[in-house]
Write a protein that binds this ligand. Structure first.
Ligand code: SF4
Ligand code: SF4
Length: 88
């Protein structure tokens, strides 16, 4: 059976831990969450291309072993709750 786009479930197609290799070493900036601004809308979870955003009791968290620092979560966050911070 083939699903049409509108029939696909909303959310990542895979979780970061399903990737063959860790991609976190590619990163030069890491996402940092401001929990006070976050409204738990989960748009970052939907948009993250690496399935790196996980849902936890407190809201969301980033798996830094796999987050490659693309910054899409920060751009898409409607509450400006994610800041990309330089590492190293
Ligand atoms: S998109 Fe922004 S407000 Fe929504 S869950 Fe992610 S960090 Fe929180
Ligand atoms: S920086 Fe990119 S890879 Fe990392 S959590 Fe945000 S969207 Fe995902």
């Amino acid at each position: 059976m083939t699903l049409k786009g509108s029939e696909l479930p909303i959310g990542p197609m895979f979780k970061s831990s399903q990737l063959a290799a860790t991609t976190g070493s590619w990163r030069v900036k890491m996402p940092v969450l401001n929990r006070e601004k976050c409204n738990k809308c989960l748009l970052c979870w939907v948009y993250c291309p690496d399935g790196t955003v996980s849902i936890i009791d407190e809201g969301i968290t980033f798996d830094l072993d796999y987050c490659k620092g693309c910054g899409i979560c920060a751009v898409e966050c409607p509450k400006h709750a994610v800041t990309m911070v330089e590492e190293g």
